[in-house]
Design a protein around this ligand. Structure first.
Ligand code: UDP
Length: 213
């Protein structure tokens, strides 16, 4: 019986990563998993999570294709408690240059680059054309939309979301630029200073739009 990989999230991001999974895991059976009442997506069967658990495949793994990081955290706990794996996805054109340590369940889309001396937690999503430069530290459940430019010596805490085309200014070893836990960086923002946790910033140079409670 072949391995069954369930892509959790029968929606936009799921449609973008299933071609990567087909290339990386050519021998696996693939399906989507979704909590909405959907039976079929892009020609693949969509199962509820309970149906996926009940399938007869001996080996089952999950890829979380959902941008919302809090949902990724909840689903990760559920999947772990059911003794399943969250596997990582790496596009053939993604680059990890040197001394890159990245946690499980990450998704590196096409043309993403992780350069040197980088530590990244679990469930990192790097959408197309994003990069992480040298000496960055990135926490768990961090999400990069397309085209994020994260320069050197930047620290990004858990659950931060970096919008499309945002630029994070380089920090230094003594004073890294810090994006706080749960912060949201608006699309196209140019972030020149550290951002506090749970804070939304937009613009160039990025300014505070909102502080979430
Ligand atoms: N979804 C789910 N369980 C959840 C949250 C989301 O099954 O707890 C599904 C949702 O029904 C949708 C898919 O995940 O089909 C992706 O959600 P969304 O469109 O919000 O995300 P995106 O594709 O932009 O990441």
């Amino acid at each position: 019986m072949q391995t069954l990989i369930g892509i959790y999230g029968a929606s936009g991001f799921g449609s973008e990563i299933i071609p990567l999974i087909r290339v990386q895991y050519p021998n696996a059976d693939l399906c989507f998993i979704d909590d909405a009442d959907i039976n079929e997506f892009l020609g693949y069967t969509v199962l509820s999570y309970e149906e996926f658990l009940g399938s007869s495949n001996l080996e089952k793994s999950v890829v979380l294709a959902i941008a919302n990081s809090k949902i990724r955290e909840i689903l990760t706990s559920k999947i772990k408690s059911d003794k399943l794996n969250c596997i990582s996805v790496k596009a053939t054109s993604s680059v990890e240059l040197d001394r890159v340590n990245i946690g499980e369940g990450s998704i590196l889309c096409h043309f993403t680059h992780l350069t040197s001396n980088i530590v990244i937690g679990k469930q990192f999503h790097a959408n197309i054309y994003s990069y992480v430069a040298h000496d960055c530290v990135i926490g768990d459940y961090v999400t990069f939309a397309p085209g994020v430019k994260c320069n050197g010596n930047v620290h990004i805490e858990d659950h931060a979301y970096i919008g499309t085309g945002a630029i994070l200014k380089q920090g230094s070893p003594e004073k890294p630029l810090v994006i706080g836990r749960g912060a949201i960086i608006g699309m196209g923002a140019v972030v020149t200073k550290s951002v506090l946790p749970n804070t939304v910033v937009v613009g160039n140079p990025a300014k505070i739009l909102e502080r979430k409670t």
